[in-house]
Design a protein around this ligand. Structure first.
Ligand SMILES: [Ca+2]
Ligand SMILES: [Ca+2]
Length: 179
């Protein structure tokens, strides 16, 4: 099992970019509810729009894990910073996700699962990207040296246990609170 190490090359954007994110987040709310995001996610999203919020673009490129294609790893991880974060507060991870078919896949920050980030889709939906709003629990983030890890899981008990579930994420945006 190999890991791809990447470092987020995107810095913190200021007001113009933030306004775009707010607009995107607002748009994503009804879509997420249609797509099955939990009530908890939907409630937490507006909370992240507080005046004390900050955000980071963690990745704007597609990241795929699984075993369908050569050169794709079962898992990958990269590091990112969250300058000025209030570490005790929960945060929101907004992202697009495609191809999740099994519940065992994981998206973790500092070893803690980001809930609602990976939603299992029906077979006829796995070719489409869905906007998801994940929840990063309080006491997970730190100002620097955070690790985000994606891992694909075998689809068990259904299917071939040796066939890991390939899925793709992109446009990962972390919205967090400052003290
Ligand atoms: Ca899949
Ligand atoms: Ca596979």
């Amino acid at each position: 099992m190999t890991k791809q190490q990447m470092t987020s090359k995107f810095g913190t954007k200021k007001l113009t970019g933030f306004a775009l994110i707010l607009a995107a987040l607002s748009l994503s709310l009804p879509l997420s509810m249609i797509g099955g995001a939990s009530a908890a996610s939907s409630k937490l999203a507006p909370y992240a729009l507080d005046e004390d919020a900050n955000f980071r673009i963690l990745s704007s490129g597609a990241l795929t894990v699984g075993d369908n294609s050569a050169g794709v790893s079962d898992d990958l991880e990269f590091t990112f910073n969250a300058p000025g974060v209030n570490p005790a507060a929960a945060a929101v991870l907004m992202l697009r996700v495609r191809g999740v078919q099994c519940s065992g896949n994981s998206l973790k920050i500092n070893g803690s699962a980001v809930s609602n980030a990976l939603v299992v889709r029906d077979a006829d939906e796995v070719d489409d990207f869905y906007t998801e709003i994940g929840i990063v629990s309080g006491n997970v983030l730190k100002a620097s040296g955070n690790t985000l890890k994606l891992a694909s899981a075998a689809c068990t008990p259904a299917g071939d246990p040796g066939n890991r579930d390939d899925f793709t994420v992109d446009n990962l945006v972390l919205i967090y609170r400052q003290p």
